[in-house]
Design a protein around this ligand. Structure first.
Ligand SMILES: Cc1cc2nc3c(=O)[nH]c(=O)nc-3n(C[C@H](O)[C@H](O)[C@H](O)COP(=O)(O)OP(=O)(O)OC[C@H]3O[C@@H](n4cnc5c(N)ncnc54)[C@H](O)[C@@H]3O)c2cc1C
Length: 374
C-alpha cells in the first residue's frame, strides 16, 4: 500500500502539485484516484468495505502523500476522523448505513468542533441543538470546517440540554442545504486546494437518530470526539514527517549540486551541521510517530504519545522547511521550487488538531498522571 501511494505521488501528484496549489484549485482528479485506491476507507474495517489498515500503515500512507502535497492528507484527515467516530461509537444502523459509503469516498466526511469563539477552549462552543419532538433543531456558526462544503457527512459538536453532543449530520455536498450554509470560504497561507469554511446552521433539523451512538450518548460528545483526536494527531505528525522529509531531501540534493567558492556547499561545515540537525530531527519525528501509531494499534490509550509525536514532528517540519529554504538561498524563496510551499504548509501542523501549547498541556497532564507520587 505504501509503495502504491509512493508511486502515485511520483507519477501523478508531484508533476501538478505546485501548479494546483498556487491556483488554489481543488484536485478533483487526484481525489478521484485516491478514492479508487481505497484511501478514503484506509481505517474502515473490511466488513464495511474499507481497507482496514492498521494505524502504523495509515501513518506511512499519510507521510507519502504529504511528501507530495500536504493538502491531499487534509482531504482524508477529517473524513477519517468522522469515520473513526462512527466506527468507535456509532449505532449498528449508523455503521451499516454510513461506513460503506465513506469507505468508497462516495460520501465524504468532515469534523466540525471549532467555532469563532471556541478553538482550544472546546467546552465554550455555543452552537445549539434544541430538542423538538423526535428531532433536534440546530442553530449556530461553526468555523474552520475542512472539507465542509464537499462533505456529505459532518460529525458536528453542538450543545444540548445534557451538555455537548456529537451529531452525525447528513447533507448534500454544496454551498447550502436545508438551513446549512457555507457562509465564508477561508483564505489561507498554505494548505490550499481544499476548502476550509465557516458554516452557519439556521433551523437545520436532524432526527434524534443522528446522535452519535444514540440518545443515550447525549452530552457525551466531547469525550467521543477526543477519542478520535488521537488518530487525528498521528495524522498531523505523519503529515509533518512528509513535509519535513520532502524539504530535507530537496536540501541534501541541492547542497551537493550548488557550488560556491570552488566547492559544493555540502562541503561547508555550516551546511553540514544544518543537514545533520535536519536529518536527526526528521528521524526522531518519524520514530515518535511510528511509536504513537503502534500504541494505538495495540489498543492502548495514546494521548501522551500522539501529543508528543504531533508536537515534535510539527516543530521539526517548521524548522526543516526553514532550514531547507536557507540552504537553497535565493532560489528557495521563488515559486520555481516547492520549498516555499513546504515553508507555507508547515505552520498548519503547529496549530491543527490542538495547538502545540495545548499539546504540551495534554502531554504534561498525562505524564503527571503516569508518574503520580502522592
Ligand atoms: C487551516 C485550518 C483547518 C482547520 N480545520 C478544522 C476542522 O476541520 N475542524 C475543526 O473543528 N477545527 C479545525 N481547525 C481549527 C483548529 O483546530 C483551531 O484553530 C485550533 O484548535 C486553535 O484554536 P483557535 O484558532 O481558536 O486559537 P485559540 O484557542 O484562540 O488560541 C490562540 C493562542 O492561544 C493559545 N492558548 C489558548 N489557550 C491556551 C491555554 N490554556 N494555555 C496556553 N496557551 C493557550 C493557543 O495555543 C494559541 O497560541 C482548523 C484550523 C485551521 C487553521
Amino acid at each position: 500500500m505504501v509503495d502504491a501511494v509512493r508511486t502515485f505521488v511520483r507519477r501523478s501528484v508531484l508533476p501538478v502539485a505546485s501548479e494546483l496549489e498556487h491556483a488554489d484549485t481543488y484536485p478533483a482528479d487526484l481525489v478521484a484516484a485516491m478514492a479508487d485506491m481505497g484511501l478514503f476507507g484506509c481505517t474502515i474495517p473490511p466488513e464495511y468495505g474499507g481497507l482496514g489498515l492498521d494505524v502504523t500503515t495509515y501513518a506511512r500512507v499519510v507521510e507519502e502523500l504529504s511528501a507530495g502535497w500536504m493538502s491531499l492528507t487534509g482531504v482524508m484527515n477529517t473524513h477519517t476522523m468522522a469515520a473513526t467516530l462512527i466506527r468507535l461509537h456509532g449505532t449498528e444502523d449508523q455503521k451499516d448505513r454510513l461506513l460503506p459509503r465513506m469507505a468508497t469516498g462516495e460520501a465524504r466526511g468532515a469534523l466540525s468542533l471549532s467555532e469563532p469563539d471556541a478553538g482550544s477552549d472546546t467546552r465554550n462552543i455555543s452552537c445549539r441543538a434544541q430538542p423538538d419532538g423526535d428531532e433536534y433543531v440546530i442553530d449556530g456558526t461553526k468555523m474552520w470546517v475542512t472539507n465542509g462544503e464537499r462533505a456529505g457527512i459532518v460529525a458536528l459538536a453542538a450543545r444540548t440540554p445534557e451538555g455537548i453532543t456529537c451529531f452525525i449530520v447528513e447533507k448534500e455536498p454544496g454551498p447550502s442545504y436545508e438551513g446549512i450554509t457555507v457562509s465564508r470560504a477561508i483564505s489561507k497561507l498554505g494548505y490550499k486546494g481544499l476548502e476550509t469554511v465557516e458554516m452557519s446552521y439556521a433551523g437545520h433539523r436532524v432526527p434524534a437518530g443522528s446522535v452519535l451512538g444514540g440518545t443515550e450518548n447525549l452530552g457525551r460528545g466531547l469525550p467521543q470526539i477526543l477519542s478520535a483526536l488521537e488518530l487525528g494527531r498521528v495524522n498531523i505528525a505523519a503529515r509533518a514527517c512528509g513535509v519535513a522529509r520532502a524539504a530535507f531531501e530537496a536540501a541534501i540534493a541541492y547542497a551537493q549540486q550548488r557550488q560556491t567558492f570552488g566547492s559544493p556547499i555540502a562541503a561547508h561545515q555550516a551546511i553540514q551541521f544544518k543537514l545533520a540537525d535536519m536529518g536527526t530531527r526528521l528521524e526522531a519525528a518519524r520514530l515518535l510517530t511510528a511509536s504513537a501509531a503502534a500504541k494505538l494499534d495495540a489498543g492502548e490509550r495514546a494521548d501522551v504519545e500522539a501529543g508528543m509525536a504531533k508536537l515534535f514532528a510539527s516543530e521539526a517540519a517548521l524548522e526543516i522547511a526553514t532550514e531547507s529554504m536557507r540552504i537553497h538561498g535565493g532560489v528557495g524563496y521563488t515559486t520555481d521550487l516547492p520549498i516555499e510551499r513546504y515553508y507555507r504548509d508547515a505552520p498548519l501542523m503547529i496549530i491543527g488538531e490542538g495547538t502545540n501549547e495545548i499539546q504540551r498541556m495534554v502531554i504534561a497532564r498525562g505524564l503527571l498522571r503516569r508518574y503520580r507520587t502522592g
